[in-house]
Design a protein around this ligand. Structure first.
Ligand code: PAZ
Length: 375
């Protein structure tokens, strides 16, 4: 049976696709967390992390997935916590998490750090003890101390998603809750979210059978949820999205077009193979102050580009050149060799610099609004 692909607006999407069963419970917990952080005067960042799946059957046997391990999100979450933010860590189930990430890779399995000591004659109970391998103690102590501190302060709240549908519902609900923080809310959207999905109404109920030969599946486009996120769900928030490309030529044009279409604050562009040591911050240049009585043209310009497809080719009638003047690009780079664990040398993580830059920009942005409102 051939069914036509559908273009879902965000509204149509939520009207036709069912929410995950745990949504209500998750939202209540998020609300409590936010109330506590607000009363303690903290800024809160929502970090999304890891990849979404796209199930192919209602009784899911097969699904599409992507490469993301959640390293960017889990690492950044730690640096945000260190910088004094409270963090809602919305991640793909079983992907990397802050703190435990240091010990979940096969290159650093935590069981290899533990020793079994036989019971000593003076022990009351003849039970073997577990101890930490001496040369791993210092690192583990550091991670464990940070982890315990965050737990004692109650500044980390975790949420999980698996499918793209879970992700979309959660993102909408959490961002709507975060609106109470206005400018003190930051969104750090590092998850690798599928661009395509199979609507429930088109899914096979049972396992797709192999007897018919090759498999043809036509997927629909996932709605561009940055637009309602920026303009409806959490209008005051500071929004940072990520753009991953494999063709370096596309990185800047696509980042600019995203900013132009959605009107948020920053796109961080990264190339698949260079992402551990190089990223680019793309943002709009502040507009020059308007003369008294003049009309602000920002919104109309954003609307103008609304109908355009994101495209990196030059068949855009010189649009890229025209856009270049209204954006700034800041590259962050670290030495690639420093990102690899080498005995005696600390590992450098680019997320430390990404977060430092964002904390500064967010602080300036909050400061700007306070100086505007107090005028
Ligand atoms: O999870 P990870 O550390 O392996 O990768 C991080 C990333 C490349 C998924 C992230 O930096 C990113 O670019 N996320 C957005 C991807 C996109 O939708 O374009």
């Amino acid at each position: 049976m051939h069914t036509e692909p559908t273009t879902f607006s965000a509204e149509q999407y939520f009207a036709t696709q069912p929410p995950p069963p745990t949504l209500q419970h998750d939202v209540e917990k998020v609300r409590e967390f936010l109330q506590r952080q607000k009363s303690e005067g903290r800024a809160v960042v929502l970090v999304t992390s890891g990849g979404t799946t796209v199930p192919l059957e209602l009784n899911v046997v097969r699904f599409l997935d992507n490469f993301s391990a959640g390293t960017r999100g889990a690492t950044s979450a730690e640096y945000f916590l260190k910088a004094g933010y409270a963090v809602i860590f919305m991640h793909r189930q079983f992907s990397l998490q802050p703190f435990s990430r240091h010990y979940s890779h096969s290159t650093n399995p935590f069981l290899d750090f533990l020793d079994i000591e036989p019971p000593q004659p003076e022990d009351a109970e003849p039970t073997p003890r577990i101890s930490v391998t001496p040369n791993k103690r210092e690192d583990l102590l550091q991670v464990l101390t940070a982890y315990k501190t965050v737990h004692a302060q109650g500044t980390l709240h975790t949420l999980t998603f698996v499918t793209v549908n879970d992700y979309l519902w959660l993102l909408r609900a959490v961002s709507q809750e975060m609106a109470v923080l206005s400018r003190k809310a930051m969104f750090y959207l590092a998850a690798a979210v599928s661009d395509f999905f199979l609507p429930r109404q088109k899914m096979s109920e049972h396992k797709i059978q192999s007897g018919k030969g090759s498999l043809h599946i036509e997927m629909d486009q996932v709605p561009k949820i940055l637009k309602p996120l920026v303009s409806e769900w959490t209008p005051g928030g500071y929004i940072v999205s990520f753009k991953l490309e494999t063709d370096p030529q596309l990185l800047i044009p696509k980042a600019r077009q995203a900013l132009e279409r959605y009107g948020h604050q920053v796109v961080i562009g990264n190339d698949l193979h260079r992402r551990k040591y190089e990223v680019v911050f793309v943002s709009k240049k502040p507009l020059p102050a308007l003369p008294p009585g003049a009309v602000d043209g920002v919104n109309s310009r954003t609307e103008e580009s609304e109908g355009q497809q994101e495209s990196g080719n030059s068949a855009d009638g010189g649009k890229q050149e025209e856009l270049a003047d209204s954006f700034t690009e800041t590259w962050l780079r670290i030495d690639a060799s420093e990102t690899v664990a080498t005995p005696g040398f600390p590992v450098k993580e680019i997320e430390e610099d990404i977060v430092a830059e964002l904390v500064k920009r967010h602080g300036d942005w909050i400061g700007d609004s306070q100086s505007t409102t107090s005028q």
